[in-house]
Design a protein around this ligand. Structure first.
Ligand code: UGA
Length: 458
């Protein structure tokens, strides 16, 4: 019966694990989420999500109430309970290098394995360097009772923050990295609910069944491609800036070619977050270890183009405010600059590697006083950059400002009436770091508008 309706455990209840646990419970599976943090488990057990993700908390509450979902700190409990154990722990960048830190994966596997007393599948979901699945198999061979016959598979995830529930319930593909028929069958059984939902909605979810290395590479290749797309369009924005072109129209025009596609061509302050930046660096580091560093050297350039976006906002700020740049960069002392948006993107409270906070630091280093408002990210941002003055709302943030910088594409900013802000600021100047505002609307309300790779307005 295990193969028909497998019971699932998710090891690591951070962003990834808690989203998957709640979504699979929603699909009808019996699920236990396990985490070493007593505090996190207590919160999740009460139906409280420790981060912002649209739609997820309702799903969490509903499935806890239904009895299909619970959380624990006990590895013994999940070892006893589950047929399939998903490893969802973090793989952060190492402090001393660009490589990935696999110590959480190692701890999760070596702590779980000795308690597994019957046939079960361990499925890696964390983003890892190619070769990790084989290493996990070796760890399992060393730490699990041999008679249990524990197997390993790799099934990367592609969820985007802000759309995580949809991405898990309605994935555009699933990837099964396996080396046995049993493991492949088990992964099909685990995803039965996903396939049934798709069928009911007249969709199909493509499955790519492959070896370990391919499965591991798919994940980093996808993120590397997305990062490359963004840096490509940002490089085009530089060309537009020097020639008077408009990168938003350029992106639209090339995006109509369906070989290129319209998505991930929004020029702006560049990519951030817990995934894209660290994943491309770890990918480059791994390629170098494998002796094929040359093949990924271009990703270093993708990273550098991205880093320059953040400096560019500071240079633009100086230009707009009539400040000259010395050898040490621009002097922004005495200026009050308001930032709208602190998270790494809209619809998230995540500030990891946030371009907005990086800009905030650079502005303050150049002498500016920085105020900020964000619909969801204030609490997380305060911990990381405490010397910004955090405001309760947009008007409070822009009050008396010499310059306003919009750094994430929250709907709230796009729907703000610029005319209502003109009277509050000292100088009606705006840098649209997301190219999401309407320049005509803002200049009509008396603002000087500058986007990223668009002609100046006003
Ligand atoms: C990314 C991938 O999109 C997911 O498929 C993947 O599963 C995830 O990483 C992961 O590895 O876990 P996420 O980090 O949530 O998801 O964010 P994205 O929506 O991809 O945005 C990344 C960054 O690129 C953001 O800073 C965003 O503002 C920026 N971006 C995105 C642009 O600058 N321009 C665009 O056109 C699109």
């Amino acid at each position: 019966s295990g193969a028909l309706r497998p019971r699932l455990a998710f090891v690591g209840c951070g962003y990834l694990g808690s989203t998957y646990a709640a979504c699979f419970a929603e699909l009808g599976y019996e699920v236990v989420g396990m985490d070493v943090s007593v505090e996190k488990v207590a919160k999740l057990s009460q139906g409280v999500l420790p981060f912002h993700e649209p739609g997820l908390e309702a799903l969490l509450k509903r499935n806890i109430d239904s009895g299909r979902l619970r959380f624990t700190t006990s590895v013994e409990e999940i070892a006893e309970f589950a047929d399939v154990h998903f490893i969802c722990v973090g793989t952060p960048q190492r402090p001393d290098s660009d490589g990935a830190d696999l110590s959480y994966v190692e701890a999760a596997v070596t702590e779980l394995a000795p308690h597994l007393s019957r046939k079960a599948l361990i499925v890696g979901k964390s983003t890892v360097p190619v070769g990790t699945a084989t290493w996990v198999e070796e760890l399992v061979a060393r730490h699990a009772p041999p008679e249990a016959g524990i197997e390993v598979a790799w099934s990367p995830e592609f969820l985007q923050e802000g759309f995580a529930v949809e991405d898990v319930l309605r994935p555009n593909r699933v990837v099964f990295g396996v080396n046995s028929d049993w493991a492949r069958g088990m992964l099909y059984a685990v995803h039965k609910g996903v396939f049934e939902l798709a069928a009911a909605e007249d969709r199909q979810v493509p499955v790519v069944a492959c070896d370990f290395a391919t499965a591991e590479l798919v994940k980093v290749a996808a993120n590397a491609f997305l990062a490359t797309k963004i840096s490509f369009i940002n490089a085009m924005a530089d060309l537009c800036d020097t020639t008077g072109g408009d990168v938003t129209l350029l992106a639209r025009a090339i995006g109509y070619d369906d070989r290129i596609g319209p998505k991930f061509l929004r020029a702006g302050v560049g990519f951030g977050g817990g995934c894209l930046p660290k994943d491309i660096r770890a990918f480059v580091a791994r390629a170098e270890e494998l002796g094929v560093g040359d093949s990924l050297r271009f990703l270093g350039e993708v990273d550098r183009i991205n880093a320059r976006r953040r400096t560019k906002v500071v240079t633009m700020a100086a230009e707009m405010c009539g400040r000259v740049s010395g050898p040490a960069g621009p002097d922004l002392s005495g200026l009050k600059i308001a930032l709208l948006g602190v998270t790494f993107k809209a619809n998230s409270d995540d500030v990891r590697d946030s371009p907005a906070l990086s800009v905030a630091r650079k502005l303050m280093r150049a002498g500016a006083v920085v105020t900020a408002y964000d619909p969801e990210g204030m609490a997380t941002a305060k911990d990381v950059v405490p010397d910004v003055i955090y405001a309760k709302n947009i008007p409070e943030a822009v009050e008396g400002a010499d310059l306003v910088c919009v750094l994430t594409a929250w709907e709230e900013f796009r729907h703000t009436d610029p005319a209502a802000l003109t009277g509050l600021v000292d100088h009606a100047r705006v840098i649209d770091g997301t190219n999401s505002l309407d320049p005509v609307l803002w200049t009509g309300a008396g603002w000087k508008y500058r986007g990223m790779g668009r002609p100046a307005h006003g």
